[in-house]
Design a protein around this ligand. Structure first.
Ligand code: DSN
Length: 413
């Protein structure tokens, strides 16, 4: 019985691999895939070990090779983002944000963030990680399009409430944030300026998006598995002095983590090595594919947000699917047809409309990794039309289309 149970688990994993890696169109904006060689290193002895502390200063013996890998990860991350400090031990973007929040804020001190309906990440909200440290959470005023921060009104807000922490960045992330414009005012009133770059990390590393640290952010957090196509981990990056960085280091370990999922370090190192060679080309194709998908969907009869702004400057587009029953319904219909997307609130949705919001959020980064370019964005839009507007069953067509794009590109074979 128990051997059969194990075989059942193995079969589930095989089916997941086959389905999502060779049959579906994957358009979830927060996901990506590892290269074959990065993935092959996922099940090493690193899985079994402990390595608290820093390379060369551990609380355990037996870490000599783990130390070598982790030290190189830290150096290469620093080089890739051109920054002096890199905390690479956090295991997710939310974990990295937790380190940020608990280092910077004392109970009751005000923070300014993007709220959920305009794409703010859940960890920046009162119900998420930030809410553990303060209830004084204010939100950036928005421009009429709903997607971009209103710079003048935000300057007034910063002067009025004098926050201790300002957090740029979000999860529905179409356009760069006004870091250059607002960081000086935030600094004047004594705030730490943070930028959550989880979604756009690969675009920043590939020089296809804003460079938050160069524009005035004191610290950037991120996750390594969205547009940056690595294993699931988190990062904090900064140009602070060693002295200024010490509290962040302590809040990482022992403050917010102990062991740090060591099995994902070798795949991260391989991804970094691959990104150094192929990253710019990949990121450039991502930012060509996303507006191409926006335009193609608009042509096929969808209401794509921000048409007058060119749809997007990132890997994402937002589509208003109210006329197809909302994002909950539309995402389910698409999933039945092997097109995987997620529902998303749009800026003018009421705050509580989370289960069937108006929108879909689509990201092109994963299918770009599998080699899709502008013509395939047109085909993707056509299949979405067939499914949602013409009510056709297209899963077999989707599977055939996808079967031409099953090898991960932008990596060493
Ligand atoms: N919730 C993830 C997203 O999909 O944006 C980020 O953590």
């Amino acid at each position: 019985m128990s051997a059969e149970s194990v075989a059942r688990v193995e079969a589930l994993v095989r089916r997941q691999d086959e389905w999502r890696l060779s049959q579906t169109l994957n358009l979830i904006a927060s996901e990506n895939v590892l290269s074959r060689r990065a993935r092959a290193l996922m099940s090493s002895d690193f899985n079994h070990r402990y390595a608290e502390g820093h390379p060369g200063a551990r609380y355990y013996q037996g870490t000599r090779y783990i130390d070598e890998v982790e030290a190189e990860v830290r150096d290469r991350v620093g080089n890739l983002f051109g920054c002096a400090r890199a905390e690479v031990r956090t295991i997710s973007g939310t974990n990295a944000n937790d380190v940020l929040f608990c280092t910077v804020l004392r109970e009751g001190e005000p923070a300014v963030v993007n709220p959920l309906p305009v794409g703010g990440h859940i960890s920046h909200q009162a119900m998420g990680g930030l809410g553990k440290y303060t209830r004084q959470i204010h939100t950036f005023p928005r421009r009429p399009d709903g997607y971009r921060i209103d710079v003048d009104k935000s300057k007034d807000l910063l002067k009025e409430i004098k926050p201790k922490l300002v957090v740029f960045g979000k999860s529905l992330f179409l356009f760069p944030e006004p870091v250059r414009e607002l960081a000086p005012v935030a600094h004047e009133v004594g705030a730490t300026v943070a930028y959550d770059g989880a979604h756009v990390l690969g675009l920043i590393a590939g020089r296809q998006f804003q460079d938050p640290l160069a524009e005035g952010a004191d610290i950037m957090t991120g996750s390594t598995h969205k547009t940056f196509p690595g294993p699931q981990r988190g990062l904090l990056l900064s140009n602070m002095t060693e002295e200024e960085w010490k509290p962040f280091d302590k809040k990482a370990f022992p403050g917010s983590l102990s062991n740090h999922h060591l099995m994902t370090l070798p795949p991260l190192l391989v991804t970094l090595l691959e990104f150094e060679t192929f990253g710019r080309e990949y990121a450039a194709q991502v930012v060509r594919n996303a507006p191409a998908l926006g335009q193609a969907l608009q042509k096929q009869g969808f209401d794509v947000e921000c048409a007058d702004l060119g749809y997007t400057a990132s890997h994402q587009i937002a589509v208003n699917v109210t006329k197809f029953g909302g994002g909950g319904k539309a995402s389910e219909v698409l999933a039945q047809n092997d097109i995987i997307v997620n529902r998303n609130q749009l800026p003018f949705d009421p705050p509580k409309k989370v289960n069937n919001p108006s929108g879909l959020r689509l990201g092109v980064q994963e299918m770009t990794r599998f080699g899709m370019k502008e013509p395939e964005m047109e085909e993707t839009a056509r299949l979405m039309r067939a499914c949602l507007i013409e009510n056709k069953s297209v899963s077999q067509e989707v599977n055939r289309f996808r079967s031409r794009f099953v090898d991960v590109r932008y990596c060493f074979d």
